[in-house]
Design a protein around this ligand. Structure first.
Ligand SMILES: C[S@@+](CC[C@H](N)C(=O)[O-])C[C@H]1O[C@@H](n2cnc3c(N)ncnc32)[C@H](O)[C@@H]1O
Length: 219
């Protein structure tokens, strides 16, 4: 497989469903220039930031996990409000880059693969945040990914999803693969029930239709 080509574009997802080599290549070829990382805005996602700012009880002291943290802006947004944040990405260069960008950070940045996380993380987080990582994972891995996210939650923990949305029957030519409404049925089958699901129309600021959803452990 050619390192610089996305397996999704080569019809090779079956062999490399996590697309890790492709993500590694993106960060490596960017050579510290964030303009060359398509998802790097150098600021927290507006929907994540608004969520953080509008929590009535605040998030001070909450144990937060940011999955697929990229260059760290979302993780830093939680930490700035007093959360105890762990953030991980499976690309070592992304993690090192995030640490260099925020030398005074209180975030614990780690290199880790969502599909092979440390056992001791199970049940440990009050809030698990994902922004644009589920939509970058091949559709076949979504049920497994959601099950892993559920297992990370403390008994009263919440999962916050910020992702591009699409209609069920809308054609997609991903990656990314905007999430259809049925993703919440898949979440339910994985033991996650909705607290709130917002279907947010495109605005000038966020460009496209999005989901912002909070889910909790079922039962
Ligand atoms: C589209 S980017 C979004 C980055 C960041 N969340 C943001 O909103 O800017 C997806 C990120 O998830 C990471 N990623 C994808 N699959 C992963 C996995 N299985 N484990 C850990 N990180 C993963 C990629 O390396 C990439 O940094």
């Amino acid at each position: 497989m050619k390192l610089s080509l996305d397996p999704a574009m080569q019809g090779a997802l079956a062999e490399d469903s996590k697309r890790q080599e492709w993500f590694e290549t993106v960060y490596s070829k960017a050579q510290e220039d964030p303009a060359r990382v398509p998802w790097a805005n150098l600021s927290a996602h507006p929907l994540t930031e608004a969520f953080v700012k509008t929590q009535v009880r605040g998030i001070d002291g909450l144990r937060v996990l940011d999955i697929g943290c990229g260059l760290g802006d979302n993780a830093e947004c939680f930490a700035a409000e007093g959360a105890q944040v762990t953030a991980f990405d499976f690309v070592a260069q992304a993690v090192e880059w995030a640490k260099r960008r925020f030398p005074q950070t209180k975030v614990a940045y780690r290199q880790a693969d969502l599909f092979a996380l440390p056992e001791e993380w199970r049940g440990q987080f009050d809030l698990v945040h994902e922004c644009y990582t589920l939509q970058a994972i091949s559709v076949a891995l979504i049920p497994q990914a959601l099950g892993i996210l559920r297992d990370l939650l403390a008994p009263d923990g919440k999962l916050l999803i910020v992702a591009r949305a699409r209609a069920e029957d809308e054609e997609v030519s991903g990656p990314p693969w905007p999430l259809p409404p049925s993703v919440f049925d898949i979440a339910k089958a994985q033991g996650l029930e909705p607290v709130v699901i917002e279907d947010i129309a495109a605005t000038e600021r966020i460009g496209r239709r999005h989901w912002r959803a909070v889910l909790k452990r079922a039962g």
